[in-house]
Write a protein that binds this ligand. Structure first.
Ligand code: RB5
Length: 316
């Protein structure tokens, strides 16, 4: 933890099922991304020190995550003051927290409370029916599992958004002359969607060598200066070959949205490569959107990614 560390707080009712599961999933993601974030959880009517429910413990254990040390915390004003972002499971909890601390809120204007799904899906989905994550307490293992699946989908995306926003880490962009035009289109799209980016060139359609800019992007991602990277050349092949030579990089050449999603969910790809001469602008932007919106699934996929990392360690 550094002075810059920011804190995310997951809140539910009793702090024995949903919020501890969300917190342990978030913690796992934070560790894998080496994000400078502290993760906490609490309940709006928790019995202090109650352990996580046996079903929550069991289901998280299936994902390799341990909740045995968890003890419930009550959401106090002190805790509310100490955190930077609060994510609730239901609209009711969000409203309750906003009302409970409404007086303190006026003194501390930047306190943010969101419904977890709303935070991930963005403003345009706010009008949609029910965005609550329902309480599995006392219900069947199938209901717990469904809740855990929902949380594993939304929590990493929430962590990613918060991390990206608080530390303003950019997405690294690069292209040779064969991908220059598409890079400019992607830049416009990223601006529209409020993504911060860092352009590593090339800056004109003049002929240049793709290994140079592919290496610059790959190094920016591997060093942690940028969260992810997108590199474009004529085919996407050359830049992908180069980027994959940099330790820590998993570059995926994707020309369809299915592969783009899978490359994040299964391979934890941190660079997307595209071929401007292969696909059109519309599909390319859809691929970028899908890729940036998808999250690594962990679990068995983590084991496989760890084997890739072990290969790199052998080369050292
Ligand atoms: C440049 O003509 C082209 O070879 C390059 O953009 C890329 O497709 C390499 O793989």
């Amino acid at each position: 933890m550094s002075e810059k560390t920011k804190t995310m707080l997951f809140v539910c009712t009793g702090n024995t099922c949903r919020s501890p599961m969300a917190a342990v999933l978030a913690q796992d993601y934070v560790e894998r991304r080496q994000a400078d974030l502290r993760i906490l959880s609490a309940g709006i009517s928790a019995f202090p020190n109650a352990p996580a429910s046996p079903q929550a413990r069991e289901i998280m254990l299936e994902l390799g995550l341990d909740l045995s040390a968890h003890r419930a915390h009550f959401l106090t004003e002190e805790l509310w003051q100490a955190v930077d972002l609060i994510l609730t499971m239901t609209q009711g909890q969000k409203k309750y927290i906003e009302e409970l601390f409404s007086q303190a809120q006026s003194e501390k204007q930047d306190k943010k409370v969101y419904l977890l799904k709303e935070y991930v899906l963005g403003a345009e989905k706010k009008e949609e029916a029910n965005l609550d994550i329902l309480d599995p307490f006392g219900q069947s293992p199938a209901i717990y599992r469904a809740c855990a699946t929902e949380l594993s989908h939304y929590v990493p995306q929430a962590v990613e958004r918060f991390w990206r926003e608080v530390f303003a880490l950019p997405i690294a962009l690069g292209a040779d002359h064969g991908g220059f035009k598409l890079k400019e289109e992607i830049k416009n799209w990223l601006e529209e969607k409020n993504y911060k980016y860092q352009d590593y060139g090339t800056f004109s359609p003049e002929s240049c060598d793709y290994p140079d800019l592919a290496l610059a992007v790959a190094e920016a991602v591997a060093s942690g200066e940028c969260t992810k990277g997108i590199i474009i050349c004529g085919t996407g092949i050359g830049v992908s070959i180069v980027a994959n030579k940099v330790p820590g990089i998993r570059a995926a050449l994707c020309h369809d949205t299915f592969s783009a999603k899978a490359s994040r969910e299964h391979n934890d790809a941190n660079i997307l490569t595209l071929g401007e001469r292969v696909i059109g602008r519309g599909l390319a932007l859809e691929i970028v959107e899908t890729w940036l919106g998808a999250s690594f699934r962990g679990g068995r996929h983590q084991r496989r990614v760890d084997k890739i990392k072990a290969l790199e360690a052998k080369e050292d």
